[in-house]
Design a protein. Structure first.
Length: 576
């Protein structure tokens, strides 16, 4: 008769995958032992040809099953050595059987034993490790792009999370977006579903493979830690009493030191922001005052204002265009029955609206007539080297009534006339990745923001693409502004540039030379404590800047499952 094992399990695992239908996706192996006396877990994804993925997973399943069988009672004395041998043997058997990993294949695996995680990967397979809501690097940033197997070991902590996925799942998702999605829900299956949904929104993923592991400390272990913490608390109280005895002696020194540091920091900040220069307004100017126009929207992304000051807003979550006429206070929908999926950009020329529909299954620019019907749909350009649009994100009209479209996944900016006829393109280099916002400026220049490279560029009249460097200070004191996923952009007739610095919850204003004129954050608009600015647009007379913002992204589970937290606003700010 087998001996009953009484094992102390340091951590329990909560595991999610996609699809979350109870069956493991192809190329994925999940084995946690929460319901047994053993305390191991093995999680694997293999990205590659179906036959190779199946062979690799089945081999690991056979080899590892003995260690999860209560009746065999086999122990892993040296987990890291065992794990490396397990994966090496898998690769050896694949080669022997004509299943050697191809150049495009990758793999990631995690072995859990008590309080350790042994992590392995092949060919830079994406692995994201979150501790205290922050990313932790478990492999050198350079990684290994060859077929060499990498293995490392880390001590796990309560609430740590480990994500394994295929490269195409995160090709277009930023680390900030991924972190938000991982942390947004306690159910890892829901988080995996949201990540998959976002990946498909950017570009359809043919073989989604994803595993999310959430580690929770065992209750018995927590009790032991609690007793230890109680002893530490008593020791801390004793030290506090001793500190109070000597407080008078040390308080004077501390106050003097803090005061000196604060004065020094204020002086440095003033210098770095170019204090004392010739500015138009600056953050303290009454010119930069926000006025709320709309509240109670879902996830508004962009706005267009007609000559007679009628507002048109694209709402991404509701997939609709909202029309509001201030003269009669009526709010209506444009184009009843329009098949929009993810509208993120809107522009107006004459009586026509131009709308970008940003999703892998849409990929279109719609020209909508005054009566709400679609006059033309642009999905592809029948020209050599152009082809289909892929995730058109933003749109802007220039002074000649031409339309510019940020074709984000193709990393280019396309130009059409007002009738939707193709004129030309600007192909962006690796230095300018993922065009995210567009605006027309003086002298026929087009300004663009770039989400992945966090910078701003300008397309000159001759078609040349150059960086528009926004900086604080002058000369040796000049420092570049650190953008984080800049989105909307606007340029007024004097050449001042306004950038929606989305993830930093602020608007950066620069003069025509790129020197910072103002940083408009929550100190100027208290809503920016919770709202992110998305779209920026000048009014037809150039007196007002319109700002579109939301408290959440539409693909965030906050919007999916907690509608009351999914809210948007539109403000305007007088600039002349």
């Amino acid at each position: 008769m087998a001996r009953e094992i009484v094992a102390h399990k340091s951590y329990q695992t909560i595991v999610g995958s996609a699809p979350a239908n109870g069956a493991e996706p192809e190329g994925v192996y999940i084995l946690d032992t929460n319901d047994t006396a053993n305390f191991y877990g093995l999680f694997v994804i293999y990205n590659g040809d179906r036959a190779r993925a199946q062979f690799a997973v089945e081999h690991l399943r056979r080899r590892f099953s003995a260690y999860c069988d209560v009746f065999q009672n086999r122990d892993i004395a040296k987990p890291r050595v065992f794990f490396q041998e397990l994966l090496t043997d898998m690769l050896r058997e694949m080669q022997k059987n004509g299943m050697e990993p191809a150049d495009g294949d990758s793999m990631a695996a995690v072995l859990l034993k008590e309080g350790r995680a042994i992590i392995g990967r092949l060919r830079n397979c994406p692995i994201f490790y979150l501790r205290d809501h922050k990313y932790r690097n478990v492999f050198p940033s350079s990684g290994s792009g060859s077929g060499k197997l990498e293995v490392t070991s880390v001590t796990v902590s309560n609430n740590d999370m480990i994500l394994l996925c295929s490269q195409d799942m995160v090709r277009r998702i930023t680390k900030q977006e991924l972190r938000s999605l991982i942390l947004s829900k306690s159910d890892p299956d829901e988080a995996c579903a949201r990540i998959t949904e976002l990946a498909n929104r950017y570009e359809e993923v043919k073989a989604p493979r994803i595993v999310l592991i959430s580690l929770k400390r065992n209750r018995e272990e927590s009790k032991a830690l609690l007793n230890t913490r109680n002893i530490g608390l008593l020791a801390g109280i004793a030290l506090l009493i001793l500190g109070l005895v000597f407080w008078r002696e040390i308080s004077g020194f501390v106050q003097h030191s803090l005061k000196s540091r604060i004065v020094s920091k204020i002086q440095n900040m003033s210098e770095s922001l170019g204090g004392g220069g010739d500015k138009r307004g600056g953050a303290e100017s009454p010119m930069y005052e926000f006025e709320t126009l709309f509240d109670g929207l879902a996830v508004p992304y962009d706005i267009a204002v007609s000559r007679d000051e009628v507002y048109f807003v694209v709402d991404d979550k509701e997939s609709q265009i909202i029309r509001f006429d201030p003269s009669d206070k009526k709010m209506t929908l444009v184009g009843n029955g329009l098949d929009l999926q993810f509208p993120t950009g809107i522009e107006i020329i004459g009586n026509n609206l131009y709308v970008t529909d940003f999703k892998s299954t849409a990929n279109q620019v719609l020209i909508i007539k005054a009566d709400g019907t679609v006059g033309k749909t642009i999905k592809a350009v029948d020209k050599p080297g152009v082809g289909s649009l892929r995730n058109p994100k933003a749109i802007a009209a220039d002074e000649d009534s031409n339309i510019w479209v940020a074709d984000r996944t193709n990393n280019r900016i396309l130009k059409f006339n007002m009738h939707g006829d193709y004129i030309g393109k600007v192909q962006c280099s690796a230095a300018f990745s993922s065009p995210n916002g567009l605006a027309s400026g003086p002298e026929g220049r087009i300004f663009a923001t770039f989400k992945d490279t966090n910078n701003v560029a300008v397309i000159e009249k001759n078609g040349a693409l150059k960086e528009f460097k926004i900086h604080s200070g002058e000369g040796e004191n000049a420092r570049p502004v650190a953008f984080d996923q800049p989105s909307g952009i606007a340029v007024d007739r004097k050449g001042f540039v306004y950038v929606a610095d989305r993830q930093n919850n602020r608007i950066v204003v620069s003069d025509p030379r790129g020197r910072v004129d103002a940083i408009l954050d929550k100190t100027r608009n208290s809503d920016f404590a919770t709202y992110m600015p998305f779209g920026l647009k000048l009014g037809p007379k150039g007196k007002y800047l319109y700002i579109v913002g939301s408290a959440a992204l539409s693909y965030d589970s906050t919007c999916q499952f907690e509608a009351d937290k999914c809210r948007g606003k539109i403000w305007r700010m007088r600039i002349e």
